[in-house]
Design a binder for this molecule. Structure first.
Ligand SMILES: Cc1ncc(C[n+]2csc(CCOP(=O)(O)OP(=O)(O)O)c2C)c(N)n1
Ligand code: SF4
Length: 296
């Protein structure tokens, strides 16, 4: 894993498919691309087999653009809709059994640190709410308690989308779904609260219709996870199929849900603030100058 793995062996370029040549020549590797430049570079993920209009796909696309060093990043995922898109991207993707993503990422992140020392190799978990809060719950929580240094992103569509509409721990109480016809009996799990209790250095909620914000939280989460500790992002990524959201209403739904119950929240530890300011120049986290003392 390095910028070199993207490039051609000298003399082989002309034999490579055009798609690949485009990725080497116009991709984001080794550059600092941003969401405001979309359309001027080749994106890491351009094709996918997800449903038309799926907000999860938009979020994943934005997430890839936000990676600070895509050439030095590995994604980890599990069963569920998201992996169908994540696995199409031009960064390495590790796929394990359903729910074991944070266990796999723990080993991977530790191994990369042993192998590459100080050179940052970012590990980013992206998985559905079922994979993370239900079957993978123990592994998720324990990776946080152990302070494993990687980023966990929940693609929270509040349902098991890939298997046709069962309720998950993250479904809202009372919600009727195809395979939860009586309505869910319990509250949505407070994974944000658990992330804080378990010691995550950065915890944020986002919706995908604010690309700059998605970019900002993902960048911060990854940079903090490199040296400080675990970070968690919970993204509302609606399932327009199971929630019967018309394709042309998907972004309006994101807005409505954001206003109703998925407002942007961000928690950042003092250590993480210092880290972002000191190492990456985040001005908003620089210590404030002490107020001048006025003589009486
Ligand atoms: C051990 C195991 N149990 C069950 C499944 C079947 N399965 C595949 S995806 C999935 C649900 C996915 O829901 P979620 O994790 O919320 O992701 P989404 O598809 O909604 O994005 C299930 C139960 C599996 N692949 N492996
Ligand atoms: S089933 Fe839902 S979450 Fe899965 S790809 Fe389709 S719209 Fe997206």
């Amino acid at each position: 894993m390095s910028l070199d793995y993207v490039k051609f062996t000298p003399g082989f370029g002309k034999f490579m498919p055009k798609e690949y040549r485009d990725m080497v020549e116009h991709g984001p590797f080794g550059k600092k691309t941003t969401v405001s430049q979309v359309g001027t570079f080749k994106e890491i993920m351009e094709e996918h087999p997800m449903c038309a209009g799926c907000a999860m796909t938009l979020f994943i696309r934005l997430a890839f653009i936000a990676f600070p060093n895509p050439e030095d990043t590995i994604t980890v995922g599990t069963a569920g809709c998201g992996r169908l898109a994540i696995s199409q991207a031009a960064v390495p993707f590790v796929y394990g059994n359903y729910g074991d993503q944070n266990g796999v990422a723990s080993g991977l992140s530790r191994g990369l640190r042993l192998r590459f020392g100080d050179k940052p190799k970012d590990v980013v978990v992206m998985a559905g709410d079922g994979g993370m809060a239900d079957i993978g719950f123990a592994q998720t929580l324990h990776s946080w308690f152990r302070k494993e240094k990687f980023t966990t992103i929940m693609l929270d569509n509040e349902v098991y989308g890939n298997t046709g509409g069962q309720e998950s721990g993250m479904t809202n109480k009372g919600q009727v779904l195809k395979m939860a016809p009586l309505g869910k009996k319990f509250e949505k799990m407070d994974m944000l609260g658990m992330a804080k209790v378990a010691g995550c250095a950065y915890v944020a909620t986002v919706v995908p219709n604010n690309p700059r914000r998605v970019e900002s939280v993902i960048k911060k989460a990854i940079l903090i996870a490199r040296e400080v500790g675990p970070t968690y992002i919970q993204a509302y990524t609606s399932c327009n199929i199971e929630y019967a959201i018309p394709t042309d209403q998907v972004l309006q739904d994101c807005k409505d849900v954001e206003n109703d119950r998925y407002a942007f929240t961000e928690y950042i530890s003092d250590e993480a603030k210092e880290h972002l300011a000191g190492l990456y120049g985040y001005k908003e986290y620089l210590p404030k100058p002490a107020a001048a003392v006025t003589k009486g």
